[in-house]
Design a protein around this ligand. Sequence first.
Ligand code: HEM
Length: 182
Amino acid sequence: MKGVIFLEFLALVEDKFGLDVADDIIESSTLESNAAYTSVGTYPFSEMVSLVTSLSERSGVSIPDLLQVYGEHLLGRFVARYPVHFEGVDSTFELLEKLDNTIHVEVLKLYPEAELPRFNPNRVAPHVLEMNYRSDKPLTMLAYGLIAGCAGHFGENIDIEMDDRSDEAQTNVTFTLTKVAA
Ligand code: HEM
C-alpha cells in the first residue's frame, strides 16, 4: 500500500485524537517500516491493518467507523493533492465514472506498485449509479467513506446502499447510489 495512504491516515489521527494517540498506536503496532513512511514508498497492507486495529482498541471506535471517517477525509486530501482529476468535473457520478478508466489508471502510471480496486460503474438510470467494488483488501467502508466524501465535495445528497457478497478471498460489494433531490 502506498505511503500517501499511511501519511494521510496518521495526519488525521493526530488531528482528531492528538499526537499522543498517534504515537501510541505506532508503538503498539507491529511495523517493519517503523512508521518512517514517505508518500511514494510502498509498505505492507498488514501495517495499515495493525494501525487501524490499534486505533480502534485505543479509541473505542469500531474499525468500520474509523475506515468510513478516514475515507471521507481522504477524498478531501485527494482534491488537494491531485486537483487535476477534479477539474471540469461537476458531480459525484461524473467523478466515479472516471475512477476506473482514468483516475486510477493515472495513479498506476505514477505509482506502478499501487494495488488498486475495481469499481465497474453502471448508470442504471439518470439518478442511479451502481458500482461493483472488488478488491483483495477488506476496505469496503473506506470505499463508502470516499464515495460519501465525493458527495460532500460536490454538495450533493446521495443515498448509498450496499449489497455485500464478500468472502475470505475477495471483497465484492455492489454500491447503489441514488441521487436525492436537494
Ligand atoms: C483523485 C482521486 C483519487 C486518487 C488520486 C486515488 C488514488 C488512490 C491511491 C494512491 C490508492 C492506494 C493504492 C495503493 O496503496 O496501492 C487508492 C486506493 C483506493 N481507492 Fe482511490 N483514488 C482516488 C479516488 C477514489 C475514489 C473517488 C474512490 C471511491 C470509491 C476510490 C477508492 C479507492 C479504494 C477503496 C482504495 C483502496 C484499495 C482497495 O480497495 O483495494 N478512490 N486510490
